[in-house]
Design a protein. Structure first.
Length: 465
């Protein structure tokens, strides 16, 4: 794909050009519309990105003229930030494919990623390890959003230290990828990286899994078993979902911090280990400490260097890159290759809130790829949300349950509610869904912590911690 950039703002145009150079996307550029029209006639242009407020000929007029002679040409209109959007009465949405969108860096990245998905050539290039080039030390992490670049920066600062890192984030945000990146860039990189999911192992087996056990220590212990901490000696142990450990296991982990020693289950000998601990959780550990469900002393040991991973909904400019990466991986093993993703399908992906984050996106993309028999993912192939069980009703005949539910919906119109009622309910839902974490709730609502506290007081909502 070759893109034509049309922008009369020299400084912003230079930033756009640098971004495309970093992304290895070939592009031409112009500072006014008439030259752009000529360039489309002589160059092999796949898409045009232009400012709305161009001099002499507006972006709207330019888009109409481009589409008239080249109906297949993809056109994007960029709206300058900080200015009121004005669309002329004679402007038709058929004159552009995406837009108008804000001209900020994040919107530009999201838009270009969407165009590349439609073109398809970007994820069909097998020789590329990544969709867009990023820091070489993070080759398996896809994204260039400000949130992610900040995470990269923090990893580079902590990589050579043996300080414990606590990675916090919702399920599906890629916590283990970040942990592996920390280890891969550390002085322990040549040693073992041992991963254990504390929530996936039954509590009565977790202690043995972590610390090992002696022969005969319990029924079925026919041999001595070396635990994960011994396996990780000189290297790194990644303890995922550490917030789900029992108090007894927490106490034994704390001893490793204090004396770098532990005892196998059923054993008396102290075993010394030199291991770096990276922990991760989707729980609010601070709240669990307050509730008495997590040891305070262990929490402070773990959180020496916290990393907070943003949910996918907070870095949606990375979504097209992630989707392309998932498709690229799918194409390597699939008998039928995916060639492109339509604009409508991409916009549907961008319009969803992704409660399951990247893992959720991966499942949806792979399902869409299977449904796309012609090799092109369209909007009807994108099914991000499964039908809830209650939609089927209690009738044993599920077909009848659905029909009955649909009739009720179509035959009943809910009463109109006041804005205050809707706002109060939204705040309550945000607080409850984040376990009363004010920062997360405020971020989800798009307001500040101070505003959230003010609104909660106004509506009589009690924030219990």
């Amino acid at each position: 794909m070759t893109i034509l950039l049309v922008n009369h703002d020299r400084a912003q145009l230079n930033r756009w050009r640098e971004a495309f150079r970093d992304w290895r996307v070939p592009c031409h550029y112009s500072r006014e519309g008439f030259t752009a029209l000529q360039m489309v006639q002589v160059e092999d242009i796949s898409a045009v990105i232009c400012r709305i407020d161009l001099p002499l000929i507006s972006g709207f007029s330019l888009s109409r003229m481009l589409k008239k002679d080249n109906p297949e040409l993809l056109v994007v209109l960029m709206h300058p930030e900080g200015k009121e959007l004005f669309i002329p009465d004679d402007a038709s949405e058929q004159s552009w494919d995406i837009g108008p969108v804000m001209a900020g860096e994040e919107e530009l990245q999201k838009t270009v990623g969407t165009l590349l998905l439609a073109d398809g050539s970007f994820f069909l290039r097998e020789e590329d390890n990544k969709i867009f080039p990023g820091p070489a030390d993070f080759s398996d992490i896809v994204g260039l959003s400000p949130y992610l670049l900040e995470i990269f920066s923090l990893i580079m600062k902590v990589r050579e230290e043996d300080v414990t890192v606590l990675i916090q984030g919702e399920s599906g945000t890629g916590k283990e990828l970040i942990a592996r990146a920390i280890h891969r860039n550390s002085r322990r990189a040549e040693k073992s990286f041992v991963s254990v999911n504390c929530a996936a192992i039954p509590e009565n087996l977790l202690e043995s899994e972590l610390f090992g056990h002696e022969k005969g220590s319990f029924t079925g212990a026919n041999d001595r078993v070396v635990g994960r901490f011994e396996q990780a000696d000189q290297g790194c142990i990644f303890m995922d979902e550490i917030g789900d450990m029992s108090s007894a296991t927490q106490a034994k982990v704390l001893r490793i911090f204090e004396g770098h020693t532990f005892e196998r289950v059923g054993g008396r000998d102290k075993i010394a280990v030199d291991v770096r601990i990276i922990a991760a959780t989707n729980r609010d550990l601070e709240r669990r400490v307050y509730e008495g469900r997590f040891r305070e002393d262990l929490y402070y040991r773990l959180s020496a260097f916290p990393l907070n991973l943003p949910p996918l909904r907070d870095r949606m400019e990375d979504l097209p890159l992630l989707a392309a990466h998932i498709i690229q991986e799918y194409n390597r093993s699939a008998s039928r290759k995916i060639e492109s993703v339509t604009l409508k399908a991409s916009l549907k992906l961008l319009d969803y809130h992704w409660p399951g984050n990247i893992r959720h996106l991966e499942n949806v993309i792979k399902r869409a790829a299977i449904l796309a028999e012609e090799g092109i993912i369209d909007e009807n192939h994108v099914i991000p949300e499964q039908r809830r069980a209650e939609a089927y009703g209690n009738d044993k005949n599920r077909g009848g349950g659905i029909q009955q539910s649909e009739k009720k919906v179509s035959g009943h119109r809910p009463p109109i509610r006041s804005l205050a009622e809707v706002e109060k309910e939204a705040i309550e839902v945000a607080l409850n869904s984040t376990s009363m974490n004010v920062s997360q709730a405020a971020r989800a609502l798009g307001i500040t912590r101070a505003t959230l506290y003010k609104k909660a007081k106004e509506y009589g909502i009690k924030i219990s911690r």
